[in-house]
Design a protein around this ligand. Structure first.
Ligand code: FAD
Ligand code: COA
Length: 403
């Protein structure tokens, strides 16, 4: 796709105007105060950009993942935190619920997100980060509900999100393991959902990452998200929906990089040394050229992964795009900072914030290492030894064999 259709160009122009006029002027304060930017959430909600991918039948505008990527890109160029809010309001948990959920679950999720909620997705645990399928949070069936106990950490939006999609290992009434399921909990309504301490993060400081604890949290069976393959295929199918969030994360990285690059391009034409604008020096020209090439390549990968979604982006394309965009964003934000000399290092300008914000994307949402393993495993069409143990243990548990 080389030319966006008119409706997508119009959406991007609308998002760009909002990002430049409303979101950008607040970005430094969001970083400084470390407060969740409720004003930005209100602006996104009023513009119809929270829940953009919610189908018309559920009150949303019925946009697709490419629409979401265009909006996230614009927001992230202005403010990484707002870009991330736009990811979680359009991809990840919300797409899993809108795709696999019952009618009532879809109504609940659509209502919350269209009113401005950014859902939280709860996968990572202290002892199960990359090895996510080894999570120990458990959901025990008790009559018409499940009782969930466990601990997640690094949950984006802990304490501000209402809708939580909680991944847990499921056990039937006899204590036999069924697989992994997704459970829908709503903060302030679901008892036993406890928000723990906040991580003091390096970047993207306007959005909290916290522990989330489940203390005998009772979830009615009606709030269990059951993909078509049931709990046995639950992890794979929920991760399949999660591929949309990986494309979203890649897009935030892209936007942050592009924002930094544009500042460097401008600065290099204004700042003079040795009697000439510094853009006259070939050393900087080549840096700017390399930045522009990497940004263009990342955008193409992201657009391809988003536009090809069926119903979710392909796992390999999503991982490839996230690896490339996240590593590119670290390089480009650092190079853009370098082009500014000492001013790049000053907190008066946004370059140091952009470099800190970009640093997260090779970690959150699947590390660059684990995603390379995902890509290689799919290219080679087989499990690889570096993750096979986890898979074997899960398979053994499901077949009732001892660990
Ligand atoms: P580990 O798994 O302990 O990895 C440590 C290092 O070992 C990494 O470099 C990793 O790449 C490497 N490594 C591990 N296994 C392998 C292997 N097999 N081969 C090669 N290298 C390997 N989680 C959620 O569930 N919800 C969220 O909303 C969320 N938000 C986050 C927001 C931020 C800002 C961050 C930083 C994290 C967030 N996370 C969230 C958690 C994130 O998904 C995990 O940090 C990530 O999956 C890695 O897990 P870990 O930190 O435990 O690292
Ligand atoms: N898209 C679609 N399916 C996926 C998937 C994805 N992104 N990731 C895993 N799956 C499927 C696998 O294909 C496999 O299905 P199969 O049984 O048909 O082969 C199943 O899920 C289990 O995956 P497998 O790779 O065998 O699991 P593992 O125990 O070896 O662990 C992962 C590897 C998947 C946990 C690891 O690659 C991973 O993604 N870790 C990062 C976790 C993460 O992103 N956390 C973000 C929290 S916000």
């Amino acid at each position: 796709m080389f030319q966006l259709p008119d409706d997508k160009q119009a959406l991007r122009a609308r998002a760009r105007e909002l990002a430049r006029e409303v979101i950008a002027p607040r970005a430094a304060e969001v970083d400084r105060s470390e407060q969740y930017p409720w004003d930005n959430v209100r602006a996104l909600t009023e513009a119809g950009l929270m829940g953009l991918t919610i189908p018309k039948a559920h009150g949303g505008p019925g946009g697709d993942f490419l629409d979401a990527a265009l909006v996230i890109d614009e927001m992230a160029q202005a403010c990484g935190v707002t870009g991330r809010i736009a990811v979680e309001a359009n991809m990840g948990a919300i797409s899993a619920v809108m795709h696999y959920g019952s009618e009532a679950q879809k109504r609940l999720a659509a209502q919350l997100v269209l009113a401005g909620d950014k859902p939280a997705i709860c996968i990572t645990e202290p002892d199960a980060g990359s090895a996510a399928s080894e999570m120990s949070t458990r959901a025990d069936k008790r009559g018409d509900h499940y009782v969930i106990n466990g601990e997640k950490h690094w949950i984006t939006g802990g304490g501000v999100s209402r809708l939580h999609l909680v991944f847990a290992r499921v056990f039937d009434e006899r204590g036999e393991e069924q697989g992994i399921g997704g459970f829908i909990a709503v903060r302030d309504e679901t008892e036993g959902l406890v928000i723990g301490s906040r991580e003091p993060s390096m970047g993207l400081r306007g959005i909290p990452e916290t522990q989330v604890l489940f203390q005998d949290m009772a979830i009615p069976a009606a709030h269990v998200l059951t993909p078509p393959g049931g709990f046995r295929r639950g992890f794979a199918e929920l991760m399949s929906a999660y591929n949309s969030q990986r494309v979203g994360a890649a897009t935030v990285a892209l936007g942050i990089a592009d924002g930094a690059y544009r500042l460097a391009l401008d600065y290099s034409q204004q700042r003079e040394q040795f009697g000439r604008p510094i853009c006259e020096f070939q050393g900087l020209q080549w840096m700017l050229a390399d930045m522009s090439i990497a940004i263009a390549a990342a955008r193409l990968m992201i657009h391809k992964a988003a536009a090809g979604a069926n119903p979710f982006p392909d796992a390999t394309e999503a991982a490839q795009a996230k690896i490339f965009a996240s590593e590119m964003a670290i390089r480009v934000t650092n190079d853009a900072l370098q082009v500014h000399g000492a001013m790049g290092y000053s907190r008066k300008l946004p370059l140091e914030r952009m470099a800190r914000d970009a640093r997260m994307f090779t970690i959150g949402g699947g590390t660059a290492q684990i995603l390379r393993t995902v890509v290689a495993s799919r290219l080679l069409g087989r499990k690889l030894p570096q993750t096979r143990d986890g898979h074997r243990k899960l398979a053994a548990r499901l077949s009732g064999a001892a660990d």
